[in-house]
Design a protein around this ligand. Structure first.
Ligand SMILES: Cc1ncc(COP(=O)(O)O)c(C=O)c1O
Length: 402
């Protein structure tokens, strides 16, 4: 079996040849968080993670420019060598304060935050119990940890309980890992029930709030805040690459273990630290998340408009309104045709296909931002309607239902 067969790359090869590769879209020029030039045409961006539009917030840009002028483009070192500047420490203190936790650690990406936290927390004789739909970084963290990894059914506390019961007599730490908002389907973990089950078996809990930080909760602290379980959750991991609008990751906890990761976690120690402008932008974004709840309110009003609009047109969407709205497609090829036609209409969404999606599903992953205008969102809805009509007309009698 060659590389192309092993990774099911036939589709990739075909799409590249036809010049429309859903995994290789180039934003030729970014005009704003909601618009870019793609294939030479102005296109609405409805497939990013820029939930609050902070990539272009004047305060974040100004803070980044100042830091750039003062301290340069990079640190050229890891956090344990020359890569910890006062601003890294200050950002950690701000995060600890925001989450009301004793310890906070800033990593260079969200991916590394999961890798560095999970792989250091558990080892050879321990167990990690992860929701089946967890992000690739959580799977990779489990592999790096050498712990026994046990998957439970998605959003199913009973499935988690059965697995915890099966290992209840075994020595070793047990850590349950779930996400605040799942990155492809946009649904939320049933945290109250997960916490109840995990606690009754003495397992620790880690919640990855990558897509829910800044988005859920009265103060934007995520699903743990929204569901009132912050005190029962041992570790919160997050990223700066979504609502914060830059790059980087973090872990916060009241457990001292979190602080010891500074000298035990390889993904924290053996990579370069975040450049000064990025740290400054993240810090400015955190201040906006704290001080401007109206951004979150606008985000959720926009979510309602798109979620209800798609449902009213009988598209199959995820169970909960969320800034991530996954529109189900009958199969890979109709998904691809729909995705391509939307792009032609000037709307960019993500085409998500197996193995990145659960149950072999093909979905168009749309993301709604606080800074989308109503006009843009109505254009997105209009494009969905027109594309479906066109595809149904051209497929009449032959193709699957859209
Ligand atoms: C749930 C989840 N965790 C972690 C990450 C990794 O974050 P980053 O892109 O900042 O490395 C992602 C990224 O998409 C994610 O969706």
């Amino acid at each position: 079996m060659d590389l192309m067969d092993r990774f099911h790359l036939e589709l990739y090869r075909t799409e590249r040849a036809t010049g429309s590769d859903p995994l290789g879209v180039i934003l030729e020029r970014v005009i704003s968080p909601t618009e870019a030039i793609i294939n030479g045409r102005p296109t609405i961006l409805a497939g990013t993670n820029n939930y609050l539009g902070l990539t272009c917030a004047p305060e974040c840009i100004e803070a980044a420019v100042q830091a750039l002028r003062l301290e340069g483009t990079g640190t050229t070192g890891s956090r344990i060598a020359n890569g910890t500047y006062a601003r890294h420490r200050d950002l950690e203190q701000e995060l600890a304060g925001f989450f009301d936790r004793a310890h906070a650690l800033v990593f260079s990406t969200g991916y590394q935050a999961n890798l560095g936290t999970i792989s250091t927390l558990v080892g050879h004789h321990d167990f990690v119990l992860i929701d089946r739909d967890c992000h690739a970084s959580i799977y990779d963290a489990c592999r790096l940890s050498l712990a026994t990894t046990i998957r439970f059914a998605h959003n199913d506390p009973e499935s988690l309980e059965r697995r915890l019961a099966a290992i209840s007599g075994r020595r070793g730490a047990k850590v349950v890992v779930v996400e605040g908002i799942y990155s492809i389907l946009g649904d939320r973990a049933p945290l109250v029930e997960v916490v109840k089950v995990a606690s009754s078996y003495g397992a620790m809990i880690l919640v990855d709030e990558a897509h829910s930080f800044g988005v859920l909760g009265a103060h934007g602290r995520g699903l743990c805040e929204e569901q009132g379980v912050e005190e029962n959750v041992d570790f919160i991991v997050g990223t700066f690459s979504k609502s914060v609008g830059t790059i980087g990751g973090f872990c916060v906890s009241n457990l001292e273990a979190c602080d010891t990761f500074r000298i035990t976690s390889r993904p924290f120690m053996f990579t370069a630290s975040l450049p000064p402008p990025i740290v400054a932008a993240a810090s400015a974004a955190l201040k906006i998340i704290r001080s401007r709840p109206e951004l979150r309110a606008k985000l959720w009003a926009n979510v309602e408009l798109v979620y209800n609009g798609l449902r009213a047109m009988a598209f199959i969407v995820g169970p909960d309104p969320s800034p991530i709205i996954a529109v189900s497609m009958p199969d890979l090829f109709s998904g691809l045709a729909f995705w391509r036609a939307l792009l032609h209409e000037g709307v960019y969404v993500n085409l998500a296909v197996p193995p990145a999606t659960p149950h072999g599903r093909t979905v168009l992953r749309c993301s709604v931002l606080a800074v989308h205008s109503t006009e843009q969102l109505l254009s997105v809805l209009g494009a969905f309607r027109r594309v479906r009509e066109r595809l149904l007309d051209s497929n009449r009698g032959a193709g699957p239902d859209l």
